[in-house]
Design a protein around this ligand. Sequence first.
Ligand code: BGC
Length: 465
Amino acid sequence: MKINTGFIFFFGAMGGLLFGFDTGIISGASPLIEKSTDLGGLGLNEWQTGFIVSAVLIGSAIGALSVGSLSDKFGRKPLLIIAAVLFIVGALFCAIAPNFLLLVLARIILGLAVGGASALTPAYLAELAPAAKRGSLGTLFQLMITLGILLAYVGNLGFLGHNIAGIQDWRWMLGCALIPAVVLFLGSLLLPESPRFLIANGKAEQGKAVLNHLRANTGENVAAELADIEATASQPKGGVAELLKIASPAVIVAVGIMFLQQLVGINSVIYFLPQVFIKGFGFAEDQAIWISIGIGIVNFAVTTTAIFIMDKFDRKKLFTFGSIVMALSLGILTLLNFTVPVEQAAVPTIILIAVYIFGFALTWGPMAWVLIGEIFPLSVRGVGASIGSAANWIGNFIVSQFFLILLAAFGNNVGGPFGIFAIFSVLSIFFVKYLVPETRGKSLEEIESELRAHTAKQPEGYGST
Ligand code: BGC
């Protein structure tokens, strides 16, 4: 069956929507779960609530790590289908969990799916996309993430206080992820396997057919692309040992970029913004939720713009631009909050956070994921993307665990934690300058041969291209 290429990229990226939704929904649901008497007790303590929030992150790190070598062995598609099934099971169990432990288990299952999807999708999209559009098509994943986050914020607001059919509001919030999960499952059944995976695994004819279909009417030179893929497909099969042997500079880049993407503090805003405004500036809860929705809209809208510019500017330039915008906005925010009385700092803080989100959403948000899909050689791409993705989840876990503690340590002055994030934004400029290779416009096979040449000869820095 010939499937529309728009459909393929849409469903190929759709795991991002569940990623965004399942991580974003908890910002509104967790205070309700804490107070809920519906879990076989008189509510939860802070420690238990924190665990429900972080269970997804722990599950994601595990899911991301486990999926890589499996996808190099069995293909990208079967694992995307398994992730979709886990999304369904996790959402359903969250909605019906009778007690704390089963709710944690359900959130861990969701995490396995989120982590799996986050390791699979960037590589899958990169392997389907033509070189000249790989950045933009890879950005679809981040667009889906930001859409998922926005839908979660809207869901939080929509269900808050409405115990429809006698079922508590937070159960509706978590359970409504079931709908996109079922849609993703049905869509993923129709997706093609990655042509590069097929060619590398003795299914050259099928791989060629998929590639011909994807490149039909695009004016691309399919024969040349196929020849390049066939040349790289003959390399020995992967695994972690092979990854470290042939691609350790790429592992350093992936892990570094992913840690930094989290250590610039994005999820202190995405998960905790209402708390920042309630604790830091004394806002009422509903006002704070509306600020979140505003930030969610900026995040989504700017990511839409990112799609259009992604393949027009070098990746390294965009990363650097984003780092500078984030460093400046967070730096000014820090100074302001340490020098001006709280009442006067609130509005400029909202504006500076919006500028910071602009810097992140245009660059580091999408590009970190694009990069881990494209910098690894074909034979170890799955396992490489897995390690990069797991680094992202571990970084996310660290920031999420320590943010509220840091905020309290600075006497609820947001300048404290945000000042630390500003320092990481500055460090990220140097990481990109010295370690990250330029990949825009190059085919995956060109990127691979540059890396292999580098590991064979060890010339000057990998990132000096
Ligand atoms: C990050 C997430 C973050 C999201 C915000 C993603 O690229 O990996 O942790 O919540 O962007 O839009």
